[in-house]
Design a protein around this ligand. Structure first.
Ligand SMILES: O=C(O)CCC(=O)C(=O)O
Ligand SMILES: [Fe+2]
Length: 222
């Protein structure tokens, strides 16, 4: 359902991103969601020189992360964006857009991702809260850690009451649309990675055959 990934960013990258955020121009987050009545945050101005640098740094960090690749089966990622929440700001309950324009392409958002940049103690409130039926699961991770969750969920960022919440956010189109199938394949791949060499070579090959062909079938469901 969720993947929490520790240390997606190095301490050095976190420091660089915080420094970029300090000098960059931030604009009203509604600029990218003009019809939203619940979005109340700031995001780095696309025209600011810090935008490209910060976005590339976060995209590279996610792409090089094996846990992220294994879980998300990424096909396309929106350029990660720095977002800031000052006291009083929040992002009310919503679900993310189904389709977004990325360059010349349309990205179907299957997974959403938040990379945390500030120490959890540096701000009060500001948890990413994902609603699962009557339960709410809250994430407030340490700098450099990320959470990946299905874009199909209702979620919110609870009001910041003190300090500043600084995060990077992005959206991912997966090769596997259906999150149930994607998670089954992730589990099977994990079992193969952890247990594959305890099996006979014949069974390892059969397991590999099953994984490959499920992936082929399920990647084709787009
Ligand atoms: O800031 C976050 O952690 C998530 C924000 C969010 O839900 C969004 O940008 O759609
Ligand atoms: Fe969202």
């Amino acid at each position: 359902m969720f993947l929490e990934i520790p240390d997606v960013l190095t301490a050095e990258e976190v420091a660089q991103l915080k420094s970029i955020a300090q000098s960059a121009k931030f604009v009203d987050g509604r600029i990218s969601s003009p019809h939203s009545t619940v979005k109340d945050n700031l995001q780095v101005d696309h025209a600011d020189e810090g935008y490209q640098v910060s976005s590339r740094m976060m995209a590279t960090a996610l792409q090089r992360n094996e846990a992220f690749r294994n879980y998300a089966f990424p096909a396309l990622m929106a350029p990660p964006l720095l977002a800031r929440y000052e006291p009083g700001m929040k992002y009310g309950v919503h679900s993310d857009s189904a389709v977004m324009t990325v360059g010349q392409r349309q990205l179907r958002s299957d997974l959403s991702c938040t990379i945390f940049l500030n120490e959890p103690e540096a701000y009060e409130g500001g948890a990413l809260a994902v609603h699962l039926g009557s339960r709410v699961i809250e994430f407030k991770l340490k700098p450099g850690d990320a959470v990946v969750y299905p874009s199909t969920t209702l979620h919110e960022v609870t009001p910041v009451t003190r300090g500043e919440r600084l995060v990077g956010i992005t959206f991912i189109e997966s090769q596997i649309v259906d999150s149930t199938l994607r998670e089954l394949l992730y589990d099977l791949d994990e079992v193969a990675a952890l247990e594959g060499f305890n099996m006979s070579p014949e069974n390892r090959t059969r397991l590999q055959h099953v994984r490959t062909n499920l992936r082929r079938m399920w990647s084709a469901t787009k």
